[in-house]
Design a protein around this ligand. Structure first.
Ligand SMILES: C[S@@+](CC[C@H](N)C(=O)[O-])C[C@H]1O[C@@H](n2cnc3c(N)ncnc32)[C@H](O)[C@@H]1O
Length: 475
């Protein structure tokens, strides 16, 4: 059953939303990503628009119950108008009802935003789009075709293209677009196309969409159609419990929060002790992902060591600072000699392995382990490996560099750095390449202070590294 038909003019916008939220069809909710914005978050989002004494033309994309368009219209000058687009017929009716409360120039189109030709421009665009990953699509823009891999980015491209000169767009989106390779082209397009004005990240994943069980880290993004503003307003940890105006923010230039040519956005103040270090990439190190995708190479996998076979490493083989092989686990520990024909083997030598997935709640986002292999080997695709080659050529590290790097990546200061950069479960190669890294000489020194083949507690690792850089007295 879909949402209850809502036909009492006396219902407030929040009541319309809450009723619809309580009666969403689970199937459609999942299919169309119907996570309806609660009133406190809607009000915070709309509060980001600059007040105008003149009527504005408002667009709400994927409007659900129309809460975002309605709250925006409620605070706009008389004579303002709203266009809402929503593909779910029942939610589109709810949008009509919400908008009728606040605006007599409202229109709701019950269709997919991808099927509506927007032939006018808008002064205010507001959206909380579906967040789903999609198979890559290409969206034509005035700056050429843009490859998009997520619905929310596709909605944002449409939203920003619909802005009039000087127009403003506020979006409630995950923070995943700020880092990683998937969104690199999108970031480039966004920075060229408009000014990034406000970035506000919700601190808790439980608080903002209480009745909707959203597990993503969510943020508000405000952009406007004009040259980049000198200072972006950044709220690093907001709560819907208070107005944005009463929460702390900092100002920073877009340049100062953008890392490397991948344009990774780092909005949190990073530990100043890291500011002296160049990036891993600038140190001549490279991060690649393991080449073996097991379900495409099932026929290669072997439980027992095959004649002329090769070791296969999974994240299960990471054990503290060490990488152990073979181990007792569900994962087959070997690949057969046919692996030589599949381009999945890496040269013998020394590496630092880093897991590719971890959750915010885990003790470590980054799990680094030292690997020394005197034979060629395969690494599962869910592992990153660090070497001194390029994207095309893997070149193993010196043993001391690999061990020093393993210790460095296992420190709390680096784990915190990574947590500031990434809100998703991925620990991706693109982000790791921007990680602050000591020189090779310093890594070698580090490797001599603490062995990687024994268990080392977190405090011992932190103290040892801190001791080398005079942050703390070495233990
Ligand atoms: C995350 S919900 C947010 C709804 C509403 N904007 C709000 O903030 O409460 C996304 C909405 O987009 C709608 N939707 C999903 N795909 C759509 C599409 N292709 N075109 C139009 N609406 C779509 C869903 O039905 C859902 O109502």
């Amino acid at each position: 059953m879909g949402p209850v038909i809502l036909n009492h003019m006396s219902e407030t916008i929040a009541e319309i939303r809450n009723k619809a939220a309580a009666s969403l069809s689970p199937k459609r909710q999942q299919q169309w990503e119907q996570f309806l914005t609660p009133m406190p978050v809607a009000e915070q989002a709309a509060s980001l628009f600059t007040h105008s004494d003149n009527p504005v033309h408002i667009l709400d994309l994927g409007s659900g119950t129309g809460i975002l368009g309605a709250v925006t219209a409620r605070q706009a000058a008389p004579g303002s108008s709203v266009l809402a687009i929503e593909q779910d017929a029942q939610l589109a009716s709810a949008s009509e009802l919400s908008l009728a409360q606040v605006c007599d120039r409202a229109k709701v189109i019950n269709a997919s935003v991808f099927d509506v030709l927007l032939d006018t421009k808008f002064d205010r665009v507001i959206l909380n789009p579906p967040y789903k990953k999609i198979r890559p699509i290409t969206i034509p823009t005035s700056r050429g075709d843009l490859k998009i891999t997520n619905l929310y980015a596709a909605f944002l491209v449409i939203a920003i293209q619909a802005l009039s000169e000087g127009g403003e767009c506020v979006a409630i989106i995950p923070r995943s677009w700020m880092n990683g390779a998937y969104f690199k082209d999108f970031r480039g397009w966004l920075f060229d196309e408009c000014s990034i004005d406000v970035i506000a990240v919700y601190g808790s994943r439980q608080e903002h969409f209480k009745d909707m069980s959203i597990l993503q880290e969510i943020m508000l993004l405000k952009v406007s159609k004009r040259p980049q503003t000198n200072s972006v307003t950044i709220y690093g940890d907001i709560t819907p419990a208070h107005s944005l105006g009463s929460q702390s923010s900092v100002q920073a230039s877009l340049n100062s929060i953008t890392l490397g040519k991948d344009l990774i956005l780092c909005i949190q103040q990073q530990d100043s002790r890291l500011s002296e270090f160049k990036s891993l990439e600038a140190r001549g190190l490279w991060v690649s992902t393991g080449k073996l995708v097991w379900f495409r190479n099932r026929d290669l996998l072997s439980e027992d060591k095959p004649v002329d076979g090769y070791p296969l490493y999974w994240s299960d083989n990471q054990n503290g600072l060490r990488t152990q092989h073979p181990i007792e686990c569900d994962r087959k520990q070997w690949v057969t000699s046919s692996a030589t024909d599949r381009n999945v083997l890496l040269p013998a030598g020394n590496y630092c392995l880093v897991n590719r997935f971890s959750a915010k709640e885990q003790l470590h986002r980054i799990n680094a382990s030292y690997l020394s292999s005197d034979v060629e080997f395969a690494a599962d695709n869910k592992l990153n490996y660090i070497h001194q080659g390029t994207s095309r050529r893997t070149m193993p590290l010196d043993s001391d560099v690999a061990r020093g790097l393993t210790l460095w990546l296992s420190t709390t200061i680096i784990d915190n750095w990574y947590r500031q950069i990434s809100g998703s479960t991925q620990v991706n190669a693109t982000d790791l390449r921007q990680l602050p890294c000591p020189s090779k000489e310093q890594l070698i020194q580090l490797s001599r202070l603490l062995p990687t083949d024994i268990y080392a507690s977190q405090s011992l690792i932190d103290q040892t590294v801190g001791g080398l850089f005079s942050w703390t007295k070495a233990g």
